[in-house]
Design a protein around this ligand. Structure first.
Ligand code: ASP
Length: 309
């Protein structure tokens, strides 16, 4: 049987260690563990990697701790616009949604675009229409309201700046979410979901729903989910770049992932990290920021839940 494994992230960014209380840290660890288990159980029972990444990301979206689904940040217009994508490394099928609101689990809508439409990427009103036609119910604004995130937005709302889901030198709440998995058949998949960046202009689309930028999966190389300053991750075509280094330069998963995050993205000026997996079940989780909420579990017995370096 193939080694099966899963890795998840809850975002990377500036994370001031002193601002994290033991209680908070425990809360994050429990939420990560809960999501990890959701995906791992599927793999353990012989399920597919695509089902595992969707299940793990749904659990992260359902937590107010992370910037996706329930915990999504505010746009400059005081609204929520969410992005998500999913990709199957066996078939190279993919689905993505952007600029959606009111949807509890954007990753499932991305999955439905992949499974039930002729398209790969649907955005805005069209994506919402697609959701309606597939019997999604909409949550009202209060479901997505979080006092802390509202405060984050108030602090920069009248400026032109937008930021990763963390305030420099303040708190540490950030967190686009993602998962990558390798199942018992050696098939890999990736999923990513986000509320984007605080105070982003309405209509702004980040890297998370862009296949190749924030999310990518191909059995021949790797599955990748990114987090960080999306504009740079788009320009660096980051997720696909990791796959390219493996394919064309024959780099190992770990070397390729580190080269992209610690060298190429940094050179562009971007900060963030990624999680990556290959068909052997190997995992890499590099980041160039102070921390990245991350966790992994493998059938070889290794389990990790970490926040800082
Ligand atoms: N990459 C996301 C975006 O730019 C933000 C994040 O990773 O937190 O939308």
């Amino acid at each position: 049987m193939n080694t099966f494994s899963i890795a998840i992230h809850g975002g990377a960014g500036t994370l001031v260690k002193g601002m994290m209380t033991p209680e908070k840290e425990k809360e994050y660890r429990l939420a990560l563990e809960h999501a990890l288990e959701g995906g791992y159980t599927i793999l353990e029972n012989g399920g597919s990697s695509i089902d595992a990444v969707e299940a793990a990301v749904k659990r992260l979206e359902d937590s107010r701790l992370f910037n996706a689904g329930k915990g999504s940040v505010f746009t400059a217009a005081e609204t929520h616009e969410m992005d998500a994508s999913i990709m199957d490394g066996q078939t190279l099928n993919a689905g993505a949604v952007s600029l959606i609101s009111g949807i509890k689990n954007p990753v499932s809508l991305a999955r439905d675009v992949m499974d039930k439409s002729e398209h790969v990427f649907m955005a805005g009103a069209g994506a919402m229409e697609f959701a309606k036609n597939n019997n999604y119910t909409l949550e009202d604004d209060s479901y997505f309201y979080d006092e802390f995130r509202h405060q984050q937005w108030i602090e920069i709302k009248d400026t032109d700046s937008f930021q990763l889901d963390h305030a420099k030198k303040k708190d540490s709440k950030f967190g686009t979410v993602g998962a990558v998995a390798c199942d018992q058949n050696g098939n890999i998949a990736a999923a990513t979901s986000t509320g984007g960046m605080t105070n982003k202009k309405f209509g702004r689309v980040g890297d998370s729903p862009m296949i190749g930028a924030g999310n990518y999966a191909n059995n021949e190389t790797c599955a990748v989910s990114c987090t960080g300053s999306g504009e740079y991750f788009i320009r660096g075509v980051v997720a696909y770049d990791v796959a390219c280094l493996i394919e064309h330069k024959e780099m190992s998963l770990a070397d390729a992932a580190t080269e992209v995050i610690s060298n190429r993205v940094l050179k562009l000026g971007g900060d963030g990290g990624l999680i990556a997996i290959n068909a052997k079940g190997e995992i890499a989780m590099p980041f160039n920021t102070e921390g990245m909420y991350r966790a992994s579990k493998s059938s070889n017995g290794v389990q990790k839940i970490s926040i800082y370096k």
